[in-house]
Design a protein around this ligand. Structure first.
Ligand SMILES: [Zn+2]
Length: 473
């Protein structure tokens, strides 16, 4: 500024120049005011009503929530409106910002559609950027990755106090909230991008054949599936420093109920009172928020897979013990599970069967055909109607069967679970004609401490994230 003024001192037409500048500034203010008034008085065009930002609970933060809908998250409202208002500079700026967010989340077609017809140079540049990125997608030929977690420990004092469930179990099988929060950016830095497992295969309804579906990503990006087992909030965990259950807030976001006191009736925990509603009580809201902040971590809105058993209901709501409840309560908890499941799906999540019983007969593979029919039958009849159709079986204890095992045939042919996920560190994905097997690597205390290379070879160095509150293994 000082330099600018001193320059002008040497200008012989200084007064005239200042006068001219003042007039220009006043003129600019007047034009801005008129534009503002005009902008606020015209009603929203039909175009605005169908813009992506408006369809999402959080306005401008759009693409993440469009997720599951691969074909056209934008809806078809962008075209064919009868009376489009001419875009104002403010409209253009907002649309460019929206398009930028879409591009970060790999919604290139949607960004292109949004920017088409805009005239500013900035909009044209953004359009060219989206087109170039779309053209730059390459067929991914490397391995696919699948890692899984259990519910996050949010209070390490309670989890590791050896009151209730033994600390050693939590130490081996769980990850703490702090660890999970540190893991996500490391995955992003290493070019992993969340990918929906159901986009990796194609199911032909007529023939029952399951074939590999090509994956296209920006060069260098690696597809990652994340699953979360036992999203049931079992009774034994309720006083051990985990969330109590999931719920949905008024903006359509998944929240966690934490703390509070279990309410018992006839010896059963039927409710929780005095809980706190939080956005970081388990993996779902943490991952959702991370993807909203970093849409580049999620390919077209993909999130993870919630793997549910059935014997303790779903998401912390005991819908398979309906006889504990009054008719009114039954309706409430069933609707709760429906709402949570629909919200998860709307936000890009998949839901999988993790067996109904989680019984040891899975673990030692002694499960008989009758037991299998009982187990899958209860899940299909008592869980699936509320969480939605699923073709994914995430096996309890990571168990796997031979392809020609009659039990596996039943799972695929009779139950329709053509995506089957056991646990193996190699994380192979293999197609077997009528089913896809995708192996998963467990991210937990056991792997991080005893087998760190399994993680380090691909993802991150567990030593960097290990929670100091963990007891010795
Ligand atoms: Zn499990």
């Amino acid at each position: 500024m000082a330099k600018y003024l001193s320059k002008k001192k040497r200008n012989p037409n200084r007064k005239l120049f200042i006068l001219l500048a003042c007039v220009l500034v006043l003129l600019a203010i007047a034009v801005f005011a008129v534009v503002k008034i005009f902008d606020s008085t015209i009603p929203d065009s039909p175009d605005d009503d169908t813009s992506i930002g408006d369809q999402t609970p959080n306005g401008g933060e759009s693409s993440g929530d469009q997720s599951g809908d691969v074909t056209d998250p934008n809806g078809d409202g962008q075209q064919g409106n009868d009376d489009p208002a001419p875009p104002t500079p403010a409209d253009e700026t907002a649309k460019i910002a929206e398009a930028d967010y879409l591009i970060r989340g790999y919604f290139y077609d949607e960004a292109i559609e949004l920017l088409s017809g805009l005239t500013s140079a900035e909009a044209q540049d953004k359009l060219a950027e989206a087109q170039a990125l779309k053209a730059g997608l390459v067929k991914y030929t490397g391995q696919t990755y699948h890692i899984f977690f259990h519910s996050l420990i949010i209070d390490t004092d309670l989890a590791f106090d050896n009151k209730g469930h033994p600390a050693s179990g939590y130490n081996e099988w769980m990850v703490t909230r702090e660890e999970f929060i540190e893991i996500l950016p490391l995955l992003l830095e290493n070019d992993f991008v969340l990918y929906d497992i159901t986009w990796m295969c194609e199911y032909d309804e007529a023939t029952g054949k399951v074939t590999k579906k090509d994956i296209y990503l920006p060069e260098g990006k690696k597809p990652l599936v994340m699953s979360f087992d036992d999203m049931n909030y079992y009774d034994y965990m309720l006083t051990d420093g985990f969330a109590q259950r999931l719920d949905v807030d008024e903006n359509g976001k998944i929240v966690t109920h934490v703390g509070g006191t279990p309410v018992k009736r006839n010896g059963h925990i039927v409710d929780i009172k005095d809980y706190e509603v939080t956005y970081d009580g388990d993996a779902v809201p943490i991952l959702d928020a991370f993807c909203e902040e970093h849409p580049e971590f999620s390919y077209r809105g993909a999130r993870g897979i919630a793997a549910l058993t059935g014997y303790a209901g779903a998401f912390g709501w005991r819908i398979t013990d309906l006889d504990w409840y009054t008719a009114e309560e039954q309706e409430m908890i069933l609707n709760k599970v429906k709402l949570i499941a629909q919200t998860l799906r709307d936000n890009g999540w998949q839901i999988a069967n993790h067996s109904y019983t989680h019984n040891q007969y899975w673990n030692n593979k002694t499960i008989t055909m009758d037991q299998l029919k009982y187990d899958t039958g209860r899940w299909l009849n008592e869980i699936m109607p509320y969480v939605g159709e699923s073709h994914i079986l995430i096996s309890p204890f990571g168990v796997s069967f031979k392809q020609d095992d009659e039990r596996y045939r039943y799972i695929v042919e009779e139950c329709g679970f053509y995506i089957y996920c056991p646990v193996t560190a190699t994380m192979n994905t293999t197609f077997y004609g009528d089913n896809m097997i995708q192996e998963r690597l467990n991210i937990d205390g056991l792997t991080m401490i005893d087998y760190p290379d399994r993680i380090k070879n691909h993802f991150f160095d567990p030593a960097e994230v290990l929670d100091s509150a963990r007891p010795p293994m």
